[in-house]
Design a protein around this ligand. Sequence first.
Ligand code: PA5
Length: 451
Amino acid sequence: MEKLLVSIEKIFPFVNREQINALEPEITKSLQTLYNKDGKGSEYLGWLDLPSRITEHEIKEIEETAHQFKKKTDIVVVIGIGGSYLGARAVIDALSHNFKNLLNENSSPVVVYAGQNLGEDYLFDLIQVLSNYDYRIVVISKSGTTTEPAIAFRILKKHLEDKYGKAASKERIVAVTDEHRGALLDIARKEGYKTFVIPDNVGGRFSVFTAVGLLPIAIAGFDIHQLIRGAKHMQQMTSPQVPFAENPAAQYAAARNALYRNGNSIEILVNYTPRLLYITEWWKQLYGESEGKDNKGIFPASVNFTTDLHSLGQYIQDGRRILFETVLSVEKTRSALAIPNDADNNDGLNYLSYKPLSYVNKMAEIGTMLAHLDGGVPNIQIEISQINENSIGQLLYFFEIACGISGYTLGVNPFDQPGVEDYKKNMFALLGKPGFENLSAALHERMEKLE
Ligand code: PA5
């Protein structure tokens, strides 16, 4: 089993250990509340034991569908947004070759995404590419009515049917949606698509270990057994039976809550490899939607180092002192690349001759951490030994349970997202959706006054 270590030692110049210890009863109670299922939003706690509950049969069914897709097509378009998109993308990007799409030896289809934005050029360009390749679609929406993926699906479904004919198209589409209701379920039933269920009691941002994440991940060629195994291990490592000081999720939740109470209201998740970029995107949704409510919550931000050391690094070092950093630290890289010696040494880099690039990156990581500590930025470290299915499964479950604990400790319902509705209402009103006539009139009046 891969290791995942959380180190909170470098927050102590800013908060003291007594503050962490004082949080133990609250953190322990929050964890127990999750397990007792008697807190706010407890109807959405289906994710809590998902890794240990998912059956071999369920995994096999996902793998079989993935296999059918893999052997028959060049591209799979995964349509979804938010929790119905980010988990799959986070895992696939973390595990993939950085230039997979340019390799000629692909044994799995290229996974591309749609419905995660409303960019006209994006979808137009995608359709242009899809016209030249064999492709299939996985459409994911729990509600079945989210505007962005619904529009993308309507457009791509038509393109697919025009290209392959209606009868052949139904074999090329799989829908992941609610078991009982929703427009997507209705369409899937009418057209006869293969479907997978998003359980009622699992919210979008906690759904990566359901078919929402597992099907695209398996299609991309990754081992979902190992992913689940990692998550299951972390489920055991973070259960209420594990003492506070040994429970990585409890330690992380305690550290970030102590810092928040100390005035550190922005948490920056830091990665030192582009492979983890979408893990940080997934994390921002998880924590932003779960904690940002009732005028409370840590604002989750992210940076990609060392790239962003040449931009946001200035603010982090020297700007307002309301930040703390959580660094995703990876011990071993997948490949080795040494810096060559150069007889002329015109660039002055010979002091690095024969050193692996990962050594330079590690020194950048340590040097940055020390500089930011000196600049007044507390530091939490989450270390994994390498990036693979097992460690990513652990990491995602770790963040999920720490999020549940943190949210309850903050005093909010971590499993709803009422704030997401407000923009939707305005957008529907402005688009003239039936039922939004009064709001539409009010918004147009406001807009006229602004002109
Ligand atoms: O976490 C959430 O609940 C949201 O981000 C949803 O996943 C997102 O809005 C997509 O919803 P749906 O799956 O219903 O299309």
